[in-house]
Ligand binder design. Structure first.
Ligand SMILES: Nc1ncnc2c1ncn2[C@@H]1O[C@H](COP(=O)(O)OP(=O)(O)OP(=O)(O)O)[C@@H](O)[C@H]1O
Ligand SMILES: [Mg+2]
Length: 230
């Protein structure tokens, strides 16, 4: 295998995602997308609402499968996997920050951060708790570790979600509009955390519709109507 291949974190090859409504109507959310992201890069995907950002993140994270084309993550063609293989693969390979947080409401902040480590069967219980507390300290949420998600502000929930995404120590962090519902101060805090994660060696990809926030990344990929803008 050549060195060039090993360096790639995420490769999209002519990726199409066509959603089918129950009425049978088809909607192409992604229309032939190709790009490559190297390991260790800090990349923003910039595009307006409905351009396909969430779809792209879900495909890169193996939550959804493309209708056509290949998605290769850390040299693994995840489009060849079935859903349960992808779910298992996801636990150790990608950390995802969702547009609307998706913390488990019945679990405390600490328990939410412990969950990915438990699912991946990583470390002993004491080590997991120690790591979760370190991560919550990293995102400035240690003092809120025993609170439940609904007792937190949007910014706090999103910072907890960043800690959760980092928990199982995946090489890639995918963040889907991690700042969408936050005020300016919290927006910058979350982007700062992603930048720090990148400096610690993670490949970080985040989506946004805000050119100013996109400019914090080292590279910007523009998307519109399911296609890349060159
Ligand atoms: N499950 C689905 N079924 C049908 N169409 C869908 C589905 N999910 C997304 N779409 C459509 O695909 C297009 C892209 O959606 P997507 O959620 O990826 O956009 P987005 O860039 O994330 O938008 P936003 O900034 O509003 O979050 C939209 O037009 C949307 O209506
Ligand atoms: Mg979206």
């Amino acid at each position: 295998m050549s060195k060039g291949v090993i360096m790639k974190a995420i490769v999209f090859e002519n990726v199409w995602k066509i959603y089918r409504a129950s009425s049978g109507v088809e909607y192409p959310a992604l229309r032939g997308i190709s790009f490559e992201i190297n390991r260790g890069e800090f990349v923003a995907i910039l595009g307006p609402s409905g351009s396909g950002k969430t779809t792209l993140i879900y495909l890169a994270g193996g939550i959804e499968k493309p209708t056509k084309g290949r998605v290769v993550v850390n040299n693994v063609d995840i489009t060849r996997m079935n859903e349960s293989e992808r779910a298992k693969w996801r636990r150790r390979n990608v950390g995802i920050v969702f547009q609307f947080y998706h913390l488990v409401p019945s679990l405390t902040v600490l328990e939410n951060v412990l969950l990915p480590m438990e699912l991946a069967g990583m470390w002993s219980k004491e080590e997991r708790v120690k790591r979760a507390e370190q991560l919550l300290d990293f995102v400035g949420m240690l003092d809120k570790k025993d609170k439940y998600p609904l007792q937190l502000s949007g910014g706090e929930q999103q910072r907890a979600a960043v800690a959760r995404a980092l928990a199982a120590d995946p090489p890639i962090i995918l963040a889907d509009e991690p700042t969408a519902n936050l005020d300016t101060e919290n927006k910058l805090k979350v982007i700062d955390l992603l930048s720090k994660a990148n400096k610690l060696g993670k490949t970080v990809i985040y989506t946004t519709h805000d050119p100013h926030l996109a400019n914090r990344a080292h590279k910007v990929i523009r998307i519109r109507d399911g296609k890349l803008e060159q």
